[in-house]
Ligand binder design. Sequence first.
Ligand code: NAP
Length: 253
Amino acid sequence: MSRNPFDLEDKVAIVTGANTGLGQGMAVALAEAGADLALVGRSRPEETVELVEKAGRKAHVIMADLGSLEPVDTIVGETREALGGLDILVNNAGIIRRNDSIDFTEADWDAVMDVNLKTLFFLSQKAARSMIDTKTRGKIINIASMLSYQGGIRVPSYTASKSGVMGLTRILANEWAGHGINVNAIAPGYFATNNTAALQADETRNREILGRIPAGRWGDPADLGGAVVFLASRASDYVQGITLPVDGGWLAR
Ligand code: NAP
């Protein structure tokens, strides 16, 4: 065994929504730490494949729309077949819909809850069954949000889903720690990605947000690398059920 507790040499990781943004940043960090990657999503992750291969690791693409549970069964099986196992699952894919709560539609409620919470739960269940069957020390990492802690405005289904992610992270840690599986979450602060494009473009909101971040800048996807490698590695074997903020100090204000 490597003496470096953060080493992921020859581990196999699934990252959902890895074609862009935070998913791409985390996939590349895991590859640089030694993991092979199954990249799962509905858009082809060409650039991420290139970056993973440049880091000297394998990238296997699984095209799947995570708005329904239909692909969940095949994702874990295909990863094991293509890459020889499954050690790490990063539930990153997520969407946001913005509207006043007074006008919010059922369609905008269901779309967000399905991807951000329902699929996250059932993909975690499938991955955990595989880890238990193969007696693998597994790591499941969920992507939460500042809105796991705060209410936000005009994003009711997003807040409900991300608050749910923090709760699910705790219950799954409670139930699966005994099987040698660590379940934890990362709560990114404000990162410059497609998800926050509307906020970055709104001069007033942009100024308000930057004014509250002690680090004085939006996060870059590479800023999540250390946290995801930590939670994916044996360095975090005794860390269970936490949601780790990576937020430039936002919550400290
Ligand atoms: P992003 O650039 O919009 O990326 C979201 C990813 O999820 C994309 O790969 C997207 O694929 C994928 N996805 C969405 N719906 C999907 C579906 N039905 N099936 C398969 N894949 C789907 O946003 P991001 O900022 O990187 O977000 C990544 C995660 O971080 C999300 O869970 C988000 O809530 C969370 N987060 C972001 C921030 C932030 O400041 N950016 C802060 C806190 C939490 P497509 O490209 O095909 O849409």
